[in-house]
Design a protein around this ligand. Structure first.
Ligand code: ASP
Length: 316
């Protein structure tokens, strides 16, 4: 009898502990992993044919699926961010890698950056014309040099020395660019199973820009930022505005120094630093909660987490 009581009370304690852990897990709202992507802000309006919108939605949905699979397998946030941006760079629908918009001389000049929230290390390239996947060049600068940002020929020489794939500039110029200039920058923010955050952003910049112009996407703290303490952010829009306002790092610093939630911090920056039609951003906090906000008509964006919630949207 004593033995029976002992065994049954032990079982009751184990069951109670299990149920309690389930309840507390649900309560703290922390996701095992999460990923958000954007495909640019402000390029589409009500006149955009639904079948065109669908093309973009499908591409972002496939990017989320790829990221989710890698995260489920335990891949690090920084590797997921790079792989997903590479996929979008290869897709000519977007203004990044193949399909990038051209400068005023008809040349594609690409900018990209990546940041690891665990180490606060980052890498970036600007004004590159022959590197097939600028985000990977950014990653190599982060991993293999003591610098952060390399530009133009210097960046290209480094990428070639590391065996990265190069292409003629004409590779980036696609039929869809000539027929349709409404394309978006791409960006990804990731939280992995170990609790590490990462952000990556890639773009051809603003169509018709002056040769040599650099936007916010390769400027760490402006268009891209990640810090495990607070959040990961990737921006899109009128780059100059994001640079002068240090938009991405402002969100992180409002969380760190003013103790705001991610949503409060993003709202603060939009209200105080950005004007109507400047652009948008996607961000994840360290619990995997996403904020995807913009003040343009549209922003292609998507989010999926370990909770199973997946959304892909363009309109507000
Ligand atoms: N922010 C990018 C730039 O200014 C452009 C964009 O997001 O569409 O280069």
């Amino acid at each position: 009898m004593r033995r029976f009581i002992l065994i049954s009370s032990t079982l009751i304690i184990i069951a109670a502990t299990f149920i309690f852990s389930l309840v507390t897990k649900r309560d703290d709202g922390k996701k095992d992993y999460a990923i958000a992507v954007h495909g640019g802000a402000g390029y589409f309006d009500e006149k955009t044919p639904p079948e065109v919108v669908k093309l973009y939605e499908d591409a972002l949905s496939a990017a989320l699926d790829k990221g989710k699979k890698m995260l489920e397998e335990g891949t690090a946030a920084i590797d997921v961010a790079e792989a997903v941006v590479r996929m979008l760079e290869d897709d000519s629908l977007f203004n990044a890698g193949r399909g990038a918009v051209l400068n005023s001389e008809g040349v594609a000049e690409l900018d990209a950056s990546i940041m690891d929230g665990a180490t606060k290390k980052a890498g970036a390239v600007a004004g590159v014309k022959i590197i097939k996947n600028p985000v990977t060049a950014a990653r190599m600068i982060m991993d293999e040099t003591k610098h952060l940002l390399l530009v133009a020929e210097g960046a290209e020489k480094f990428a070639v020395s590391k065996g990265l794939e190069t292409v003629p500039n004409s590779y980036f110029v696609t039929w869809s660019r000539e027929r349709d200039l409404r394309k978006g920058t791409v960006g990804v923010v990731v939280l992995d199973k170990k609790g590490n955050l990462a952000a990556a952003t890639s773009t051809g910049g603003m169509g018709g820009k002056m040769p040599g112009r650099v936007g916010d996407s390769p400027i760490i703290g402006a268009g891209n930022y990640a810090d495990n303490k607070t959040c990961a952010v990737s921006c899109t829009g009128w780059g100059e505005k994001f640079i002068v306002n240090g938009v991405a790092i402002s969100v992180a610093h409002l969380m760190e120094y003013r103790n705001l939630s991610l949503e409060e911090a993003v709202n603060y920056v939009f209200k105080n630093n950005l004007k109507e039609k400047d652009g948008g951003l996607i961000a994840l906090d360290k619990n995997g909660n996403a904020v995807m906000k913009f003040n343009t008509k549209s922003m292609f964006r998507g989010y999926v987490s370990s909770d199973g919630a997946k959304e892909v949207k363009i309109w507000p």
